[in-house]
Design a protein around this ligand. Structure first.
Ligand SMILES: CC(C)(COP(=O)(O)OP(=O)(O)OC[C@H]1O[C@@H](n2cnc3c(N)ncnc32)[C@H](O)[C@@H]1OP(=O)(O)O)[C@@H](O)C(=O)NCCC(=O)NCCS
Length: 199
């Protein structure tokens, strides 16, 4: 099988490819189907944010190519739902300087998914490194499911310097607990300890 190839896609292509991206999201996350129209609308909106960039990995076939992984992110700004929720929570728990340090000049990784058939091949790490490379912001932030044992995603993020800013955090509107994570930019590989979570 030929190596999946990584490429950047522009906003127009991102919108055109949304169905294929959602298919990868479904395969990777197995979300309740009722959430999918909302997820699609959120992704459409995200594409309007400043600093939006998206990358896909594709398996080339004789008759075109199939997306097997993707990532996108954008500059975090006041007025964005996730940014405002996390800023006010960090402010309430740790004060203004802490919230400002992590969210004041941040790049937000909104989605990163690799199809299960292609996981464990280094594609997730390549996508994350590529998206974050050369970013002018001082930090990169994201949220990921907070589960024990630790998820592959949480471990990947820790391996490039992300730490938990919030653990077991429930976003307004319900849903499972999340870890909100942040890392200084540029990303650097760090040796992993068993867990970054408080015992
Ligand atoms: C998280 C995800 C994107 C990682 O992509 P991937 O291509 O499988 O990961 P890689 O092969 O690049 O591995 C990168 C690192 O992730 C971690 N990792 C990957 N698979 C792992 C596993 N099965 N168990 C534990 N850690 C794992 C490791 O730290 C690994 O680094 P290492 O190979 O140096 O040990 C992918 O597993 C995925 O799509 N998961 C489901 C969806 C999801 O959770 N997305 C993130 C939402 S925030």
């Amino acid at each position: 099988m030929r190596e999946p190839a990584l490429r950047e896609i522009d906003v127009k292509t991102f919108r055109r490819m949304l169905t294929a991206l959602i298919e990868v999201y479904i395969a990777a996350m197995n979300p309740p189907r009722s959430q999918l129209p909302g997820r699609q609308a959120i992704m459409q909106r995200h594409a309007n944010h400043p600093g939006f960039r998206a990358f896909v990995v594709e398996r080339r076939r004789a008759l075109g190519s199939t997306v097997v992984g993707f990532i996108y992110g954008f500059h975090g700004s006041a007025g964005q739902w996730w940014h405002d929720v996390v800023t006010s929570e960090l402010y309430a728990r740790n004060g203004r300087d802490y919230a400002e340090h992590w969210l004041g000049d941040s790049y937000e990784v909104a989605e990163l998914h690799v199809h299960p058939d292609y996981q464990g091949m280094g594609l997730g790490r390549r996508l994350l490194d590529t998206l974050c490379e050369g970013r002018p912001e001082s930090t990169v932030v994201l949220s990921t499911l907070d589960r024990r044992p630790e998820t592959p995603a949480h471990r990947l993020y820790r391996s490039v310097g992300f730490a938990d800013l919030l653990s077991s955090f429930e976003f307004p509107g319900g849903g499972p607990p999340y870890a909100v994570m942040g890392a200084p930019l540029p990303l650097v590989r760090v040796p992993l300890t068993e867990s970054s979570k408080p015992q």
